[in-house]
Design a protein around this ligand. Structure first.
Ligand SMILES: [Zn+2]
Ligand SMILES: [Zn+2]
Ligand SMILES: [Zn+2]
Length: 214
């Protein structure tokens, strides 16, 4: 029998079990535990170390944003604390109550410790051991939730300039969700939908201005 993803049997706390849609175990009754029609119960095999490709994708996405999120949330959090307690580092009982972002940071840090303690951290090596794969999938779960609950990335914004295609003031700027990738600017006029990089838009604006001047 092939090795299964460590998350397959649902034994990793908080991590969704992975099954193959439409494929069933010999023991499947056609219904799942909640008396609903079973849509698939064949566990996913381990494809990357002890993880299936889906769970490895989560780990890679979470890790790609980790260093940036950790430094941004720490900076923003320290500023907030200074503002809220006037620079005092503790209350009368001598301790600082942990806030939401600190709890999230702590949780992620605990799971990623086994990766960061490697002489040369590597995701591929991390998930090659069963314990590493468990840590990795729990890190991914905690980190992806942390990024949603404590966002440090820029918000989408409306631009004041007009769309180069349809001329409407309907351009929205979307900062990238993952690093490194480019900022996109998209026209929200449904009939238009022009989509380009911020860089390309700036180049167009420059050509336009040169033409006016000429
Ligand atoms: Zn089934
Ligand atoms: Zn899996
Ligand atoms: Zn447009």
């Amino acid at each position: 029998m092939s090795i299964l993803c460590v998350c397959a049997d649902g034994s990793v706390p908080g991590v969704y079990p992975c099954v193959i849609q439409g494929e069933h175990l010999n023991t499947c009754t056609g219904y799942n535990g909640r008396d609903e029609v079973c849509t698939g119960c064949q566990p996913r095999p381990a494809e990357r170390g002890y993880l299936c490709q889906k769970h490895m994708d989560d780990v890679e996405h979470a890790y790609a944003r980790w260093a940036e999120w950790r430094s941004q949330v720490t900076l923003a959090g320290e500023r907030t604390m200074q503002r809220d307690n006037g620079g005092r580092s503790s209350n009368t009982l001598g301790y600082v109550p942990l806030t939401g972002w600190q709890l999230s940071l702590d949780e992620c840090t605990r799971f990623i410790a086994s990766l960061e303690s490697m002489p040369r951290p590597s995701l591929a090596v991390w998930v090659r051991s069963e314990n590493g794969a468990r840590d990795a999938s729990q890190f991914a779960r905690a980190a992806i939730r942390a990024y949603v609950e404590h966002p440090v990335w820029e918000q989408d914004t409306w631009l004041s300039r007009r769309c180069p295609s349809c001329g409407q003031k309907a351009m929205k700027r979307f900062p990238p969700a993952y690093f490194p990738s480019e900022v996109r600017v998209t026209c929200q006029n449904r009939q238009c939908g022009r989509d380009l990089t911020e860089e390309a838009l700036e180049a167009l604006v420059e050509i336009e201005e040169n033409r006016k001047r000429a």
